[in-house]
Design a protein around this ligand. Structure first.
Ligand SMILES: Cc1cc2nc3c(=O)[nH]c(=O)nc-3n(C[C@H](O)[C@H](O)[C@H](O)COP(=O)(O)OP(=O)(O)OC[C@H]3O[C@@H](n4cnc5c(N)ncnc54)[C@H](O)[C@@H]3O)c2cc1C
Length: 487
């Protein structure tokens, strides 16, 4: 038996696993490892869980760092919500229905029809009023070409999505008014910059392979009530030792050598250095951003991942003195506004001193040009733009505005990014990596984070040579929502 191991059967011991990082990847890894029988400690440098998904209070209202959505095809994330016992705190559309507004009152919607995939999108695209008839007719060329791609072909990560679209008859205007609505929101880069591999994954898995895959879901409560506190409770239920304020400075091979029983003779054990001392483990999962993983792993054990780069997201929360739209969510074209979400109920505005008001969150992805702008400028520009999209906003007064800049919101999914996305077992035996940046095939999403965490936990289990001792619960049905689109 090794340092942390205790006998759990004649031939096995309980492996001691340390997970570094309490984002969604770390929480998913810790829960999964605890479920199959590991003795798990989770070390998080902050004093909350949820990583890049977090909430804060201001003047009695609660805002998220950024509005987060998921799709029905995000099966790992939805199961994760089940694990956290919070599936009743999200809504999930049926069918997909995104109103798309343009200045001057022009609007249409991307709505899926009751037809088998991929025909379910055809009626919406034929009627897509933000494109001319000829452009709409050419959409089919790119959709058919997308369906023919082999997603496993590494060549897809060598070109941009825009280059592919141009090859298949899509003009610049078509890309800006249709393709970029999805690409920017899901990959955090426009078609002109994103790798074809990532965009193709989104369009195939999210839109083309199943008729209900792209139904959009989101939280009805602040992210802190969806991820942070429920994750703490779930980890507690599974006996995971969660330590906050525990910044890991280094992970090193233990000088004492192998941990007998867990990984077998000769398996290296690890020491994890924190400001409060060292912890010894049979396996360590580094569920931290890519550059942090390289920095705290033993020198040379992981490649230099700085080349992956970052793509920022800016969110502007506008508190208005009255309701200006009944739409729960909309996208915009020909406007600096990209997506807007009604967060009135989640923010607590209805029960505050401004019961008739509205909180609209403007989510601005691929925000390289915005992230350095002063808040007052961002608010003024986007409020003005909102007023051209939603005329009722013209008479509304701005009661408060909050700008949240996430400079390192997601990895930069440019061509070549796949070279930096590692599988969980890319490091030395027993030192695993997890995070949305890992090689899941998904863009930087909550789904990718959860998948990577579970993959890392499976790799630990394999490393320790232990059988699975429990199974994940099935995903529960989620609450449907309906849309109101004013005429
Ligand atoms: C504004 C914004 C909007 C987004 N919108 C969406 C969306 O709509 N849909 C979607 O699916 N995704 C969205 N994302 C992306 C999604 O939030 C992330 O992909 C996902 O949360 C990443 O999880 P992670 O666990 O991989 O990493 P992180 O959340 O970065 O977690 C890493 C954790 O490690 C901790 N840590 C770092 N260093 C150390 C150390 N040395 N010791 C201990 N702990 C350490 C950090 O504090 C953090 O808690 C958005 C992201 C942002 C920022």
């Amino acid at each position: 038996m090794g340092s942390g191991g205790e006998p759990v059967g004649r031939d096995t011991v309980t492996p001691r696993v340390v997970v570094v990082g309490g984002g969604l990847a770390g929480v998913a890894a810790a829960l999964d490892a605890a479920r199959w029988g590991a003795d798990v400690t989770l070390l998080e440098r902050k004093h909350r869980l949820g990583g890049l998904t977090w909430s804060f209070s201001r003047h009695g209202l609660v805002f998220d760092n950024g509005h987060h959505v998921f799709l029905r095809c995000c099966t790992a994330y939805r199961s994760f919500l089940d694990d956290l016992e919070v599936s009743d705190r999200v809504v999930l559309q049926r069918p997909l229905d995104i109103p798309v507004l343009a200045p001057g009152g022009r609007r249409c919607r991307i709505r899926s029809a009751s037809l088998p995939a991929p025909l379910h999108l055809a009626p919406a695209l034929v009627r897509y009023a933000h494109l001319g008839v000829a452009e709409r007719a050419r959409l089919g060329l790119a959709l058919v070409a997308l369906q023919r791609l082999d997603l496993a072909d590494p060549a897809l990560d060598r070109v941009t999505f825009a280059a592919f679209l141009a090859r298949h008859g899509q003009r610049r205007e078509t890309i800006a008014r249709l393709w970029d609505i999805i690409t920017v929101a899901t990959c955090n880069l426009p078609a002109g910059q994103v790798s074809l591999a990532l965009a193709a994954k989104v369009f195939r898995t999210g839109l083309l392979d199943a008729a209900d895959a792209a139904d959009v879901g989101w939280s009805t409560v602040p992210l802190g009530d969806l991820h942070d506190r429920p994750a703490q409770a779930a980890l507690d239920r599974h006996g995971v030792d969660v330590r906050f304020g525990a910044t890991v400075e280094a992970v090193e091979p233990a000088t004492a050598g192998g941990v007998g029983g867990a990984g077998g003779a000769g398996t290296p054990a690890w020491t994890v250095a924190t400001p409060d001392g060292t912890i010894r483990a049979d396996a360590v999962v580094l569920a931290v951003p890519a550059p942090v993983a390289t920095r705290i792993a033993p020198p040379g054990s992981l490649p230099d991942l700085d080349g992956l780069g970052w793509s920022p997201i800016v969110n502007i929360h506008l508190v208005l003195d009255r309701r200006v739209t009944e739409l729960e969510m909309f996208a915009a074209v020909d406007s600096p506004v990209q997506f807007a979400f009604d967060r009135t109920a989640a923010s607590g505005l209805a029960t505050s001193g401004l019961p008739g008001g509205q909180v609209l969150t403007l989510s601005l992805s691929a925000a390289d040009d915005l992230v350095g702008q002063p808040s007052a400028e961002l608010v003024a520009t986007h409020l003005e733009a909102l007023r051209t999209l939603v005329p009722a906003a013209t008479g509304a007064e701005l009661v408060d505005a909050v700008v949240v800049r996430e400079r390192q919101a997601t990895f930069r999914g440019a061509p070549g990014s796949a070279d930096y996305r590692l599988p969980p077992d890319a490091g030395p035996p027993g030192l695993l990596v997890a995070g949305a940046w890992c090689a899941t095939g998904w863009p930087a999403t909550m789904e990718g984070a959860v998948r990577s965490g579970i993959a890392a936990s499976s790799a630990v289990r394999d490393h320790c040579g232990l059988p699975v001792t429990s199974s994940r619960p099935a995903s529960s049905p989620l609450t449907p929502t309906t849309w109101t689109v004013p005429a």
